[in-house]
Write a protein that binds this ligand. Structure first.
Ligand SMILES: *Cc1c(COP(=O)(O)O)cnc(C)c1O
Ligand SMILES: [Zn+2]
Length: 408
């Protein structure tokens, strides 16, 4: 860990890490803090990377953790997959998928939860909590189980069954809140204050975005010689895209990335407060819509300034996609690249398709799409996008009729 400062993203105030989670002037909704490392002190990092293990802790100087727990050595360094047939379908020159569904609990969120658990251990907490649309919770439950911490989880009652099974098998105490994600979020905040639990919620806990940043650090390292023109991510709260953009910027500053890719933020058409805030400069907190892509079903995002600034700084763009487009993209991604994406992850693929149709992406563009979650987490969501199997009697003639396309 290099020396760090905490800066309010709304007013620029520098806050004391021992006293504040959010800026005392701007309050818990707007006064989100950003961790800033002194990159001069991390200047030796590039020369050290070759000898380090392939997980998120290889970037120790850029993470807010003193001693990475050995039990969490399996997080990060997910593969890049060339997807030429998906590129042809999308109408762009090249597509690489970063398959973060291969993380330990099957999503990108493991990166943040690992840092959360490491910091909780570092500060002597025995219990850690979060509110989540699903993956933050499952990743927290998993990292806590690996490291021997107790986890308490608040989820909305609409959580997909696969994610609920993960929470329970990892031994978390689970509260299914009869209400929205916003209700679950508020309840978690109150519980953390009352019972003195470590709060893993990304927006108010500035250190967790540093965990998400590791995906950007990895992309830079994995693509150093031929960086993509665009990096595409689906967006709910906004922490993921903000983190990836930050990781890319830090690697650029350290000289490990030749040029900065542009960020494409993708939201569901009916739940797109961040795409709207990027246009208007303010966040509408009255959002109501919904999407079947549960992980980005976030009408009131918690980290809008970081996300909007990260995309703007990269000279990036925002697009929105309908649920029908996400369903189509989930199928295309699986059959044309061999990567099974959960709905929110497929939304990024749908976003690339939409951006190509809108002319934001051109035929020559080289695109990296982050697949943020594994499709096995939400089987009902997946099946809603897919054709029916052929139902046949155990009879080769019936199979032949289908294979040859002959009518019965
Ligand atoms: C959380 C999540 C996102 C969006 O990340 P935010 O930080 O909420 O913007 C996208 N896809 C999946 C699978 C997720 O779990
Ligand atoms: Zn402030």
């Amino acid at each position: 860990m290099s020396p760090l400062r905490l800066i309010c993203v709304a007013c620029g105030n520098i806050c004391d890490p021992r006293e504040h989670d959010t800026c005392p002037h701007c309050g818990p909704d707007e006064g989100i803090l950003d961790v800033e490392f002194d990159l001069r002190q991390a200047g030796g990092l590039p020369g050290k990377l070759a000898a380090r293990p392939h997980n998120i802790w290889r970037y120790a100087e850029l993470l807010p953790v003193d001693t990475p727990p050995q039990s969490l050595a399996d997080i990060g360094w997910t593969p890049l997959i060339e997807a030429p047939r998906l590129a042809a379908e999308l109408g762009v020159a090249r597509v690489r998928l970063k398959d973060d569904g291969r993380n330990a609990s099957g999503s990108f969120k493991d990166r943040a939860s690992a840092v959360g658990v490491a910091r909780a251990l570092q500060q002597g907490f025995r219990e850690i909590a979060c509110a989540s649309t699903g993956n933050a919770a499952t990743s927290l439950a998993r990292c806590a189980a690996s490291a021997g911490l107790s986890a308490t989880i608040f989820v909305a009652s609409s959580v997909p069954q696969g994610k609920l099974a993960q929470l329970l098998v990892y031994g978390a105490r689970v509260f299914c809140v009869e209400g929205t994600y916003a209700d679950a979020y508020r309840l978690c905040t109150e519980a953390c204050q009352r019972f003195r639990w470590y709060n893993r919620n990304c927006a108010v806990n500035p250190y967790l975005v540093e965990g998400k940043k590791t995906a950007g650090l990895e992309i830079a390292e994995q693509c150093a010689s031929d960086p993509p023109g665009w990096v595409v991510l689906s967006v709910g709260d906004g922490c993921s895209i903000a983190g990836v953009a930050k990781g890319l910027r830090e690697m650029h500053t350290l000289g490990l990335l030749e040029r900065l890719p542009r960020m494409l933020g993708v939201q569901a058409r009916d739940v797109a407060p961040l795409a709207a805030a990027a246009d208007s400069g303010t966040l509408d907190r009255g959002g109501r819509g919904s999407t079947y892509a549960d992980s980005i079903n976030v009408p009131i995002p918690r980290n809008w300034r970081k996300a909007v600034a990260g995309v703007r700084h990269s000279r990036g763009a925002w697009v929105t996609v309908g649920d029908d487009q996400i369903r189509q993209a989930a199928f295309d991604c699986g059959r044309l690249s061999g990567v099974f994406a959960e709905p929110a992850a497929a939304a990024a693929v749908a976003g690339a398709a939409a951006a190509r149709r809108d002319g934001v992406l051109g035929a020559d563009d080289d695109v990296l799409i982050v697949i943020t979650g594994n499709g096995l987490k939400d089987i009902a969501g997946a099946l809603s996008a897919l054709p029916e199997p052929h139902r046949v009697p155990p009879d080769i003639a019936a199979v032949e009729r289908i294979v040859t396309g002959a009518n019965p």
